[in-house]
Design a protein around this ligand. Structure first.
Ligand code: FAD
Length: 512
């Protein structure tokens, strides 16, 4: 990547600030149109919101209820394209809406038929009304008293940060240069200055157009170019709790359309665990490593207890993680009602800023943003090629690779490393994956491996902490680092991991 950067004598056609779903999607779109493309990420790829989602590739049943049919149809179409282009990372999942009131089956049944219709040829499976017995068959641990039946529908599920790493690889294959740990410190219409976070050295990169794709941080980056820039996003935090699979042992997810405060809540089987979330808490400032608030943890535990026969307690929580929605539109009082649609604006400074949207629609957002940015830069107009572009690792039957399925066609290379030893008895990750992450996936820190190349930190924080010393040792071998580096890495990882451990959060006096 550095070589690509050093060899570039001309300004880049398109320079992207931010390495989340939005930025990586733009890098693929721009590079595959033939534009020279550089992407700079201040931390690791996906360190922001893009590793902290509910992991759904969905049309958004909730937007259906809000009557936003255009948004739902666009997302359903993108859902279909993502399944086609990244079948190793996206799969079909059944969601059951349990019914405890007489009106729920006809009401949700009709709504979900409309959802099927809007999906058209991109439909994942037909929704259906379930009897009480059929509901219990799919959700053996659901609360039974008062249960009348349910409605089943289908949506997509994925692994967000793994998809992101594969998007970065795809952009690279299309000719883009992408750097993690490269923080943009100043910018204007002609380019940026950035800092190599590892060495501290400063660099300059010139560009025909600069795109600000920094999600929740986009206002801070806009202010680097124009200190007077008005706020443009309304940040809102969402958290998830992760439990053992025993809380949801089947293959179906639970979807609760209306919690006590009018939100949607999911309980989802994910990587052999149960993921429950989310919340929607307006916040004032976006942090790179946000912390779950006590009231959010309580709210999820209380809501889960209404639907699960065995009520989860704080001791059952294996991990908690928080993410920040970069919702377009500042100053909204209730963020749950702010549209998940995206906004692209050309600033007075000449920079193009893209905010909002969803993981599901990253490709569509990127297409629109590159077309707009190319016009600003006066680049020759070229159409987008990403609708049919396979994502790196795309493989029609990746399930055959067992737990390495998420690597798709890279899985045989990981097997060939010949290090199948597991790092922890409670998680499937192997030493070979750590070596692969350092060699082939630009992992630079222990956290990169445990949080985003594998998902250990998100699944089981204690197990992740126990794995860390061996991960540090393996990485040191690959990256040529010494014992002092390993110690620094362990200390840094433990500090981050404390934010995923609810006992540590509470002990630290987490805000209510
Ligand atoms: C709780 C929650 C659940 C969600 N669930 C879903 C879901 O199930 N399905 C779905 O489709 N969508 C979901 N979303 C939405 C989706 O996750 C986001 O829309 C998407 O991840 C936003 O990506 P982004 O690239 O815009 O932002 P980010 O992923 O935050 O990326 C921005 C990047 O910019 C970098 N950056 C900031 N400043 C600088 C700088 N100065 N220099 C260089 N880099 C910089 C940051 O480090 C960061 O990595 C969810 C969101 C939340 C919060």
């Amino acid at each position: 990547m550095w070589r690509r950067l050093e060899e570039r004598r001309e300004p880049w056609d398109i320079l992207i600030v931010g390495g989340g779903a939005t930025g990586a999607g733009i890098a693929i779109d721009a590079a595959s149109r033939g534009y020279s493309t550089l992407l700079l990420e201040q931390s690791d790829f996906g360190k922001g919101t893009s590793s902290r989602s509910t992991k759904l590739v969905h049309g958004g049943v909730r937007y259906l209820e809000q009557g936003n049919l255009r948004l739902v149809m666009e997302a359903l179409r993108e859902r279909g394209l993502l399944l086609q282009n990244a079948p190793h990372l996206v799969h079909n999942l059944a969601f059951v809406v349990p019914n405890y009131d007489w009106w729920e089956a006809p009401f949700y049944g009709a709504g979900l038929k409309l959802y099927d219709l809007l999906a058209g040829k991109y439909r994942f499976g037909p929704s259906a009304i379930l009897s009480r017995e059929e509901t219990l068959e799919r959700l053996p641990t659901i609360r039974t008293d008062g249960l009348r039946g349910g409605v089943v529908y289908y949506d997509g599920q994925f692994d967000d940060s793994r998809l992101l790493i594969h998007l970065v690889a795809t952009a690279f294959e299309q000719g883009a240069a992408l750097l993690n740990y490269a923080q943009v410190t100043s910018l204007d219409r002609g380019g940026v200055r950035f800092r190599d976070v590892e060495s501290g050295a400063g660099f300059e990169a010139k560009a025909r157009v600069v795109i600000n794709a920094t999600g929740p941080f986009s206002d801070a980056v806009r202010r680097l170019a124009d200190p007077q820039a008005e706020p443009s996003i309304a940040p809102s935090q969402g958290i998830h709790l992760v439990f053992d699979r025993a809380f949801l042992p089947g293959d179906s997810a639970i979807m609760v359309p209306h919690t006590s405060d009018g939100r949607v809540m999911f309980a989802i089987p994910w990587h052999g665990h149960t993921l429950v979330g989310t919340t929607d808490t307006p916040i004032s400032d976006a942090a790179l490593e946000p912390a779950a608030q006590e009231q959010e943890i309580d709210f999820i535990l209380e809501t889960a207890a209404l639907y699960l026969a065995k009520k989860p307690s704080r001791d059952d929580v294996r991990s908690v993680f928080a993410g920040i929605r970069p919702l377009a539109g500042a100053g909204a009082a209730r963020t749950a009602s702010v549209s998940r649609d995206h906004a692209i604006r050309v600033e007075d400074s000449g920079i193009v800023t893209i905010t909002g949207g969803k993981w599901t629609t990253y490709r569509r957002m990127a297409e629109e943003c590159v077309t707009r940015a190319a016009a600003v830069a006066g680049l020759p107009a070229v159409g987008s090629a990403t609708k049919t572009l396979p994502v790196h690792g795309s493989h029609p039957d990746a399930r055959a690779f067992g737990h390495l399925a998420v690597y798709g066609s890279d899985a045989p290379q990981i097997q060939a490393i010949g290090a199948p030893q597991r790092l922890h008895p409670e998680l499937p990750y192997t030493e070979g994956e750590v070596i692969w992450a350092a060699r082939a996936e630009m992992a630079r820190t222990v956290e990169d491996v445990l949080a985003r190349r594998t998902r250990a930190l998100f699944l089981n924080v204690r197990a992740a902490i126990a794995m860390a010393p061996r991960v540090a040792e393996l990485m040191a071998g690959e990256l040529g680092r010494d014992a002092a580096w390993q110690q620094e890495q362990l200390a840094a990882f433990r500090a981050v991991a404390a934010l995923y451990d609810i006992a540590a959060l509470t002990a630290a006096g987490n805000p209510v």
